[in-house]
Design a binder for this molecule. Structure first.
Ligand SMILES: Nc1nc2c(ncn2[C@@H]2O[C@H](COP(=O)(O)OP(=O)(O)OP(=O)(O)O)[C@@H](O)[C@H]2O)c(=O)[nH]1
Ligand SMILES: [Mg+2]
Length: 446
């Protein structure tokens, strides 16, 4: 360890599309091109903190580095940029910098991962395939809606002759339905969000589920290694099939679930991005999913993780809860309503954490892509709409009102938020604007 470098590991998470890549991109951009008047790193405004020697440090060769220069170039196109595309479900970047007046340099090791991976926590925590399978079947059984959807699968499990391919295909259809209904037991999570970061498409469960894998996908000429929950009777009647699923389960546990959770629990700081507009426009089930995933995350942060052979406590000591993309909300409602919604959404998570863990709550927009309009119920931006705005022209659009509290019941049509393209930069602008991303950054730098 270099005594002149203070290393910190930061894990950034959020559900699909919550804004992880844009957060990372904008953060890196503001550090690489630091302007103290636009991105405050010091506690006091009167004494700006500047940066020296900002440079990328290669990530571990086994990992792919987040393509920061490419994404930055795309975002900053003068006639209007593009959001970053998906490259991998886990992204990494390492950055070294020195704050003026400090002896030690900071090395930030940043990684992002989908919050949905937390659905695999039970896999990481359950060493035996049979225990996992029994627990999933029990949870399906206890959920009347899920048992209805899995009826065909259950019938196949009990059939006199076991057809492994047929079982797999029927289970995939049921699993797709569990994913659409935001069921907690829709593991393995790579069925929903694969290792490249792609999400299962909406549509008929049978059609959209068959191209996806329940387990490790094919790799380097090796066939997919899939596993599904076989019942105790099926495991007894078809021991060979059971052994295969057991092996695939172990491989998934060792190659996906445990390394990721080990890495996250080994981070000093967690950043959780919460896209309030998306949780509103996803309907109440999206709210419940967010709460459930935060509950799994709480278990990871509180629990112990296996590192090589020893069990160690998670190292996470600070958590930033960020209501992100707040530029999509009506201007006056940002400070007036978002803090309360963020608090309500995250209070159960925070209250269950150890009091020694430092919590920061933030409102932020890593990339401000809208402008205020004279009508407070509208914003101006380049609305994403293939049919109505193919030229990506900037224009006013209506913005739904954000509630004061999370409603007990609501549907997607109650909160029809628009998505927008990144802003078209003005001639004098070299960098996209952010809203309070520097507040989060100061927390991260500590
Ligand atoms: N207006 C606005 N939109 C944003 C902002 N950040 C992200 N978005 C929007 O959210 C979308 C998803 O952002 P990403 O950063 O790709 O989200 P992600 O969490 O990396 O998504 P996955 O990797 O696919 O899970 C973008 O394409 C933008 O449409 C922001 O600060 N402001
Ligand atoms: Mg991403």
């Amino acid at each position: 360890m270099n005594p002149l470098v203070r290393a910190s590991k930061i894990a950034v998470t959020g559900t699909f599309g919550a804004g992880k890549s844009v957060f990372l991109l904008s953060l890196l951009h503001h550090l690489h091109h630091h302007d103290p008047s636009a991105f405050r790193l010091g506690e006091r405004r009167a004494r700006p903190v500047t940066l020296r020697g900002v440079r990328a440090v290669d990530v571990t060769p086994a990992y792919q580095q987040f393509p920061y220069p490419t994404f930055a170039q795309r975002l900053m196109q003068p006639n209007g940029g593009l959001w970053p595309s998906r490259v991998h479900s886990v992204q990494r970047y390492r950055l070294r910098l020195r704050r003026a007046g400090r002896l030690r340099a900071d090395e930030l090791e940043l990684m992002t991962f989908p919050l949905e991976r937390l659905m695999d926590l039970s896999i990481a925590q359950t060493p035996t395939y049979a225990d996992w399978a029994d627990s999933i079947l029990r949870q399906i059984d206890e959920d009347p809606q899920a048992s209805r959807q899995a009826r065909q699968y259950m019938q196949h499990l009990d059939a006199p002759d076991i057809q492994p391919e047929r079982l797999l295909s029927v289970y995939k259809s049921a699993l797709a339905q569990f994913v659409f209904d935001y069921k907690r037991f829709a593991a393995p999570s790579t069925f929903m969000i694969d290792l490249d970061g792609g999400r299962i498409e909406g549509g008929a469960p049978k059609a959209v589920s068959q191209g996806r894998y329940v387990g490790l996908p094919p790799h380097n000429g090796r066939a997919a290694r899939e596993f599904i929950p076989l019942s105790a009777i099926t495991r007894m009647r078809a021991p060979q099939v059971a052994r295969q699923h057991e092996g695939h389960y172990a491989a998934y546990r060792d190659e996906v679930a445990r390394p990721l959770f080990g890495e996250v629990a080994g981070a000093d700081t967690l950043v959780v991005l919460l896209d309030v507009a998306a949780v509103l426009s996803g309907g109440r089930a999206a709210f419940d999913e967010q709460v459930n995933l935060l509950d799994e995350l709480r278990q990871l942060v509180r629990g112990r993780v296996r590192e090589r052979s020893a069990l160690v406590r998670s190292r996470v000591s600070r958590v930033a809860l960020v209501a992100t993309k707040c530029d999509l909300v009506r201007v006056f409602e940002r400070d007036a309503r978002l803090p309360n919604l963020l608090r309500q959404l995250t209070d159960p998570f925070v209250e269950a954490l150890h009091p020694s863990i430092e919590i920061g709550r933030f409102l932020c927009s890593p990339c401000v892509a809208t402008r205020p309009h004279a009508d407070p119920e509208m914003l101006i931006g380049r609305v994403v709409h293939a049919a109505q705005n193919p030229e990506r022209i900037e224009r006013p659009f209506p913005v739904p009102e954000v509630p004061r509290f999370w409603p007990e019941a609501y549907t997607p049509s109650d909160y029809p938020f628009f998505k927008v393209w990144p802003p078209a930069l003005q001639a004098h602008e070299k960098i996209t604007r952010h809203h309070k991303l520097d507040d989060v950054c100061r927390f991260l730098l500590g």
